[in-house]
Design a binder for this molecule. Structure first.
Ligand SMILES: Nc1ncnc2c1ncn2[C@@H]1O[C@H](COP(=O)(O)OP(=O)(O)O[C@H]2O[C@H](CO)[C@@H](O)[C@H](O)[C@H]2O)[C@@H](O)[C@H]1O
Length: 492
């Protein structure tokens, strides 16, 4: 099968979060199984060019219709750790992808509407006719809309679209100008409730809703989150739309790429290890402490948080966990970045306040290499999210023998099974700690149980870590699930 992924991220070259990991990992899995996969991405100025091999211009004269004119683009091709990627570079005054950031601009709707249009125009003009186009999140929600409203009539009638939603919170709420720019004429047609009209604001269109309405299959990134999005407020207003399209909507748990996230072969950690020589993990802990200037207190556990610092991730609990860990004789390491100025200022303040504390380190920013050392060196990883479509940090943590402490929402429910309480798993199958409420007491009780086991029953704690390592959260199973979906829609 020939699959083209159109996305705004692909790890490690463009990674703001988990979307990048998934786009890369799924592409690799599909290729391993004999499918042909290509990726189309924006050519951002700030991406990690050191992860691209053989970048060359592949298509010089791509002219993309935009408003009443056309925008000249160049398309570059290169290999990102074996995957063939096409990077689109527009030459216009808007400088859409030369902003020194991936997201967060006032005209993000326009930037990604343009990218979606350019990606389809590239497929069209270069005569690429994939069996399946797989696109992701609001940024590419317009791809199926334009495919079925425009490109279908220009020789692209056989292409089918699978649309994956990684985060319902950001939907791309836009105005009429997006329709005008992309050539989706007759605004009144798209402003209908069963098309792109936002479910709350009748004067706005919703790009993610467009993706849901027009795609042949819609997925989100865990079975539990699919249920939550359909039936609860976690769908951020799209529950009814999902209900109307429920026959094509499902949840597939994300995998992680065990070539990249694997303590046996990880290039970024000083001591490789597996469950057979788990003792080696402690040397990574020592290296982590040295790197972050933490005091070497062999007895203390290291608790880590890695992730964006925003409301989704439960920052009030992250903040509380730092102090609770210190109070309970544990060390705490945080690696995170905040885009919201208020949250950023708050954690900067905390960092200054805790700067001289030998048991705590807050690293504010994005650092892929350091994240590997933290997964390998920490003993526990905290994921106290308010909501979490899938979550990768807990499954990565488990692969590194780092015990997860998570809130029981979204994909965390599908991956972490409480050591003391899980009703559906035998004690040998349990792999972490789960709490449910959002108050400090709930968090503390889970941390308390984890830290208590560490201090009082170290052998049992070790056993719990090994049980986590035994789980297979690779792309093996989800790869099969996506291929089943592709196969189904291909013959529609
Ligand atoms: N400061 C930092 N430095 C280095 N690395 C960092 C980092 N902050 C985060 N990362 C890395 O980025 C990834 C984050 O994964 P998450 O599952 O938390 O994704 P995120 O919430 O961004 O994405 C959304 O999409 C993913 C993928 O579908 C879903 O799992 C998730 O629930 C949903 O919210 C991990 O690989 C983590 O190590």
């Amino acid at each position: 099968m020939y699959v083209v992924q159109i996305a705004s991220e692909c790890a490690p070259v463009i990674k703001a979060g988990g979307l990048g990991d998934v786009v890369y990992g799924l592409s690799r899995e599909l290729e391993i199984r004999g499918n042909s996969v290509e990726l189309i991405l924006p050519k951002y100025d700030c991406m990690r060019y050191d992860h691209i091999w053989g970048l060359h211009d592949a298509y010089r004269d791509l002219w993309v219709p935009w408003y009443d004119g056309r925008v000249h683009c160049s398309v570059y091709c290169g290999w990102v750790h074996g995957r063939v990627c096409f990077f689109i570079e527009p030459h216009s005054q808007d400088d859409f992808f030369n902003r020194g950031c991936y997201y967060g601009c006032n005209d993000d709707n326009m930037r990604f509407a343009f990218f979606s249009k350019a990606a389809l125009e590239f497929l069209h003009q270069s005569n690429k006719r994939p069996d399946v186009i797989h696109c992701h999140d609001w940024q590419t929600g317009l791809v199926p809309v334009m495919l079925y409203e425009i490109y279908k009539y220009h020789g692209m009638g056989n292409q089918r679209v699978c649309y994956t939603i990684h985060n319902f919170k950001h939907q791309g709420i836009a105005g009429n100008e997006v329709l005008q720019a992309t050539g989706l004429n007759q605004a009144e047609y798209y402003f209908q409730y069963d098309k792109l009209q936002d479910n709350f604001n009748p004067f706005a269109i919703n790009l993610m809703k467009g993706g849901i309405v027009y795609s042949n299959a819609v997925t989100t990134v865990s079975p539990n989150h699919a249920w939550e999005a359909h039936y609860t407020e976690v769908g951020s207003g799209l529950g009814h739309t999902l209900h109307q399209h429920q026959d094509k909507f499902s949840g597939i748990l994300n995998g992680i790429d065990y070539d990249f996230w694997n303590p046996e072969v990880d290039r970024y950690i000083p001591f490789n290890y597996s469950s057979d020589d788990f003792e080696q993990k402690v040397y990574n802990k020592k290296a982590l402490r040295e790197r972050l200037l933490l005091r070497d207190e062999p007895k203390k556990p290291v608790i880590a948080y890695i992730g964006r610092l925003d409301n989704q991730k439960g920052v009030h609990l992250v903040h509380h966990a730092i102090y609770y860990a210190l109070q309970r004789e544990a060390q705490f390491v945080l690696l995170g970045s905040a885009t919201e100025p208020g949250i950023n200022a708050h954690f900067k303040h905390e960092k200054n306040f805790l700067n001289d504390n030998p048991d705590c380190h807050l690293e504010l920013g994005f650092n892929e290499e350091l994240s590997h050392l933290i997964y390998a060196g920490a003993d526990m990883i905290l994921v106290p999210s308010n909501y979490e479509p899938c979550g990768l940090t807990q499954t990565i943590g488990m692969k590194y023998g780092t015990v997860p402490i998570v809130r029981g929402v979204g994909g965390l429910v599908n991956t972490v099974f409480d050591r003391d309480y899980d009703p559906n798993k035998s004690p040998e199958e349990r792999n972490g700690y789960v709490f449910y409420q959002t108050d400090y007491g709930a968090l503390e009780s889970a941390m308390d149980r984890a830290i208590g086991l560490w201090y009082n029953h170290p052998q049992e704690f070790r056993q719990l870590a090994l049980q986590g390592m035994a789980y297979d959260y690779s792309w093996n199973h989800p790869g099969t699930e996506y291929l089943k979906i592709y196969d189904r829609i291909r013959h529609q």
